[in-house]
Write a protein that binds this ligand. Structure first.
Ligand SMILES: CC(C)(COP(=O)(O)OP(=O)(O)OC[C@H]1O[C@@H](n2cnc3c(N)ncnc32)[C@H](O)[C@@H]1OP(=O)(O)O)[C@@H](O)C(=O)NCCC(=O)NCCS
Length: 172
């Protein structure tokens, strides 16, 4: 079992670089995380700079999973919900380095994000994941329930449509 530590990330150049390399590698490998292949490293840096600035401002939490000093996974908890949904949060941008998959890192990130959500008074988590090659089975093992599927929701990184599966979990 890997020795993984998980903690929230803030804005700094090294973190932006590590997250950018991770998402570019993920998209190249066909991971559905909003972007198309090839995803330019500079565009990936721009995306993460914005995301980390939002994290600095408290509207999201970007968790990083580390093996030693090396970033091997991430998951974002979005907290910026409308005024009538103060109890809700959303998962986004969950990914593990291809070299480190199948060893429980995403599962640990999901557990950590649930703890952060609870600590922030959030009792409902929602997310969507690609029907084709997404993380549906993993979320189901973590207690998420399928709300439904929307067909042809997005393009896969290398082209062709995929549906998306909407999941939710009520935190006890
Ligand atoms: C989805 C993704 C984040 C999963 O990351 P991961 O770190 O490999 O996830 P885990 O290891 O926690 O679980 C994955 C599998 O390993 C298995 N596993 C978990 N812990 C394990 C362990 N200690 N030893 C061996 N296998 C284990 C799980 O049962 C799971 O099985 P599955 O392949 O049937 O789903 C990763 O595949 C990824 O980055 N994909 C591309 C991006 C993407 O699609 N993200 C989802 C967007 S919502």
């Amino acid at each position: 079992m890997l020795d993984i530590t998980i903690h929230p990330l803030g804005s700094n150049a090294a973190t932006v670089d590590a997250l950018a390399a991770l998402i570019v590698e993920t998209v190249a490998g066909g991971g559905s995380v909003s972007f198309m292949h090839p995803f330019a490293l500079d565009d990936a840096r721009t995306f993460w700079r914005g995301s980390l600035a939002a994290a600095d401002g408290g509207s999201r939490v970007v968790l990083g999973a580390f093996e030693g000093e090396t970033l091997v996974g991430t998951l974002t908890l979005l907290l910026d919900c409308p005024p009538n949904q103060p109890h809700r949060a959303e998962f986004a941008k969950m990914m593990t380095r291809p070299s480190h998959r199948g060893q429980g890192i995403a599962t640990a990130l999901i557990r950590a994000a649930e703890q952060v959500a609870r600590a922030k008074g959030r009792t409902l988590i929602v997310l969507d994941t690609a029907s084709d090659g997404g993380a549906g089975p993993l979320y189901e093992r973590c207690g998420f329930r399928l709300a439904g599927e929307i067909p042809n929701y997005a393009l896969k990184p290398h082209g062709g449509y995929t549906g998306t599966l909407y999941y939710y979990k009520e935190l006890a």
